[in-house]
Every structure is written in C-alpha cells, then in structure tokens.
Design a protein around this ligand. Sequence first.
Ligand code: PXP
Length: 234
Amino acid sequence: MTIRLNVNIDHVATVRQARRAPEPSVIAEDLSLLRQSVSTYLNMEMAATEEMLRIALESRPDAVTLVAEKPDEITTEGGLDVKANIAIVRAAVSKLRQGDILASLFVDPDPVQIEVAHDVGAQQVELCTAAYAEATLGARAIHGEGAAHAAQELRRLRDAAELATQYGLHVAAGHGLTYRNVGAVAGITEITEFNIGHNIVARAIFVGMEKAVYEMRRAIKAGSFRPGLGNIPD
Ligand code: PXP
C-alpha cells in the first residue's frame, strides 16, 4: 500500500507574512499559482464558507479538507465539529463533490464525528493527531503515566481509523506530527495519507526542503513497514 505525504505549506506563508508588510502580497494569487505548478496532488484546507467554496470550485484543487478556523489562530487548532455544523458541512461536501473535488473533513478521532462525516457524504476524514502529538512531546511519553497517555491517544487514532474504514472512508492524519512521533501513527494500516507541515518546514531551514521531506518519508516508511509488504516508495 502506498502512503501519501502532503506537505502543509501554510507555515511558509506564516514566515512570509510575519512582518505584516504590503509586500509580498500575493495571497489571492497563491492558489492559482499552486494549481498551475503542483502536478502531484493539491489539497486545500479551508473553512466551509461561501467565499472559500467559490474559490475552491474556481481553483479546482484535487481535494479540499474542511477545517474549523478561528479568526486569530496561527494554525488549525482542532477538529471540525461536524455534528454541530451538519447542514453547512453537508451542503459544502455536496458542492465539492459536484465539482469533482474530493471532500475530506478534519475531525478529532471521535466515533460520533466519523459517523456524521460519513452521513454528510464526505469521502475522507483526516484524523486530528494533535492530542497524540501533545502526549508525545519531549520526554513525556517515555515513562509511566505519560507513556500510558500517549498509548491511549494512539489507540483512539487506531479505533477511529478502523471505524472510518468500515464506513468506506479514506483515512488521512495530521497535526503536530514530527520525525519522532510519526512512526507509531504510520503503523496504523488504515491511514493512507499524512498531512505534515511545521516540523518539515522548520527542519527545511537547516537542511533544505527536499531533504526535510525525504527524511519525513523515511520516518513514515520505517514506522509503516510491514513484513511482506514493504512496497512504500522511497
Ligand atoms: N492537517 C490540518 C488540517 C492542518 O490544518 C494542519 C496545519 O497546517 C496540518 C495537518 C499540519 O499540522 P502541522 O503543521 O502541525 O504538521
């Protein structure tokens, strides 16, 4: 089975815009430039607003991941509450699918959200790995309670991935994943896509983007290696 690694580049934009200066000021053009230059797979993360839907349908990314966006957030802060926004999400998913764009929902690894994601017609869920990632930070997950907590969060991801697969959904995962903690998540066979940004972009400052991405692919590959399969491309 092939696992896809998507690199979230919002962190590049964060650096670019850090000075809040008028230049560079090409945000509105970013998407069309990306669509012209990305020949592999373009996944656009966005809130389910009318404006963003119009932009997505015009720009035609391969996939759209609907996320919960807060006005002052630096990055996405948790899964979308699909249950609480069911009518809006259902309508957005329907428009995306009519536009031949894969509809993915960024959700916490919660059985209720997965059930509702299936109900509104999404084709994929991206499981939010933030709680797992938080549990693995620093030396937290090495001993006793910390290790048990990280194992519990990993189990939640595994159960959610299994449930999503039973519903016929594709399963992606992301948020807070690092070179160190991605391996255990890559061991969950149902997960076929990773969306990772911050750790790769931060490492790219030292080793360059190509090497930073390559190293993350290696970390995923090492974690997902299953005897007899081993056919994840380098
Ligand atoms: N998935 C989603 C939906 C996100 O919003 C983000 C943040 O860009 C990521 C994955 C990647 O998270 P991180 O930058 O922590 O790797």
